[in-house]
Design a protein around this ligand. Structure first.
Ligand code: SAH
Length: 213
């Protein structure tokens, strides 16, 4: 479902009312049709501010959380971004409008393939989709300016922190998988890592190893 002008205004208004105020982030979210990333009868709810189920028992995050995470990541136009947890591909599509290049990994091949097909159809050519275990990052392409983890880890994964440039930012939900987690922003400065707690969130867990499907 694509939105008419009034629907778009309402979507942007609801994002702003939840604290997504950065103009570049709002502009990127305006360009990406969330309806294309949600299947079947859920597409009618695509612009409601709620998480929705996707294939493989996973979820697409609610738009305001996507907006707040993207805003916290402070992506610059020349940045190379790594996303762990492609899921539907929605978050990667938003990032693709803000960064030079986006790498996104998922442990479900079905999700990787689905997202890749959507990106091709939308002409988003600066996204590379990888089917793999993102807990170890992507050493071949490291280091990254920005890393976004969209599944909850018990601690910020060490291999990912090691792949963050000096001056880089990582945003990751941290906490027990079945409880409310904290969204953490990690900044790598010359003198080490700095941690800021942003807001409570709820994500599916980061699971090690490839999935069967
Ligand atoms: N960003 C997604 C939503 C992510 S849901 C979107 O915009 O739709 C979390 C995703 O993390 C799931 O698809 C799950 O398969 C993936 N995931 C969990 N553990 C992983 C791991 N170790 N490596 C890669 N992906 C993982």
């Amino acid at each position: 479902m694509t939105l008419d002008a009034e629907g778009k205004m309402q979507f942007l208004f609801s994002l702003r009312s939840k604290g997504v105020t950065n103009a570049r982030v709002l502009g990127a979210m305006e360009k990406v049709d969330r309806g294309a990333f949600v299947r079947g009868h859920f597409a009618a709810r695509a612009y409601d501010d709620m998480p929705l189920p996707i294939a493989c028992g996973q979820t697409i995050s609610q738009p305001s959380v996507v907006g707040l995470m993207t805003q916290a990541l402070d992506v610059q136009p020349r940045d190379t971004v790594l996303e762990i947890g492609t899921g539907s591909g929605y978050q990667a599509a938003v990032l693709s409008h803000l960064a030079r290049r986006v790498y996104t990994i998922d442990r479900h091949r079905t999700l990787s393939r689905g997202a890749e097909a959507l990106f091709t159809g939308m002409g988003l050519h600066n996204i590379t989709v990888i089917a793999g275990d993102g807990s170890f990052g992507l050493p071949d392409q490291a280091p990254f300016d920005r890393i976004l983890v969209t599944a909850a880890a018990e601690d910020p994964p060490g291999p990912l922190l090691a792949q963050l440039k000096v001056g880089g930012i990582m945003v990751v939900p941290v906490g027990q998988s079945d409880a409310v987690q904290s969204l953490i922003k990690v900044t790598r400065a010359a003198d080490g890592l700095h941690y800021d707690e942003l807001l409570p969130v709820r994500f599916v867990p980061l699971v090690e190893g490839m999935a069967q499907d």
